[in-house]
Design a protein around this ligand. Sequence first.
Ligand SMILES: Nc1ncnc2c1ncn2[C@@H]1O[C@H](COP(=O)(O)OP(=O)(O)OP(=O)(O)O)[C@@H](O)[C@H]1O
Ligand SMILES: O=c1ccn([C@@H]2O[C@H](COP(=O)(O)O)[C@@H](O)[C@H]2O)c(=O)[nH]1
Ligand SMILES: [Mg+2]
Length: 240
Amino acid sequence: MWRRVISLSSLISSSKSTLSNQAAVRLKVWESLTTEAKGGIASWVKTPFITFVLGGPGSGKGTQCEKIVETFGFTHLSAGDLLRREIASNSKDGTMILKTIIEGKIVPSEVTVKLIKREMESSDNVKFLIDGFPRSEENRVSFEQIIGAEPNIVLYFDCPEKEMIERVLSRNQGRVDDNINTIKKRLEVFEALSLPVINYYSNKGKLHKINAVGTVDEIFEQVHPIFDMCKVSFLVTILI
Ligand SMILES: Nc1ncnc2c1ncn2[C@@H]1O[C@H](COP(=O)(O)OP(=O)(O)OP(=O)(O)O)[C@@H](O)[C@H]1O
Ligand SMILES: O=c1ccn([C@@H]2O[C@H](COP(=O)(O)O)[C@@H](O)[C@H]2O)c(=O)[nH]1
Ligand SMILES: [Mg+2]
């Protein structure tokens, strides 16, 4: 789906490029990587910057994604929220999704990837936080095949089980899976199926492991420099 239509570096070094429009391009890219969420370079460059946000149930993925969106202008796609929206809209897969969520299991990859794809395609943004996905090696392979892209970086919020259970049980958002039975199943699934995905990206050098214990702001202090570094490397790429 995603195709490198034109690379930023070739755009800058093209013979038609003047110094002033090079500066304008740099400014646009800079704005896009800081606070601008929509439009900007997205209207002419369709190379997505994809961040997978992984971690066990209640590790704080959604909470930190909100802060990344505010600070760096990403579009937040929570796979769980997309699935919950399908249930609420009475779609044909709704009943199956609800049963799977209550059982703490993983919804078939093609269903989840289709929802993520639809959101990415309809977005004006090029920077995506994909939260709570991929949850298994099968999810990961399916994303690569259907979307045709890999994540640029992967965040892993590492949190002790006891802390995750406490957080989920006091979340109070009316989620059908925020009960002790489902949480136990989700933790088993996380260890058996999701940790291999985390190890895969660690071996590829894409993983940023974050200690998810502490206040929300303390955790974000670990997250912030990761995206600052991405801005720098992105700018270096387009300047050479
Ligand atoms: N650092 C923190 N300290 C204490 N509580 C936190 C922290 N971060 C998030 N929480 C709270 O813990 C609960 C779970 O957080 P959040 O929903 O962000 O987790 P999650 O990883 O997205 O979970 P899930 O995978 O179940 O969607 C929420 O009630 C949130 O307010
Ligand atoms: O890629 C995904 C994401 C989620 N699920 C199911 O939804 C629940 C809740 O997910 P959260 O990320 O915690 O909101 C999860 O336990 C799975 O049952 C999924 O199958 N695939
Ligand atoms: Mg969440």
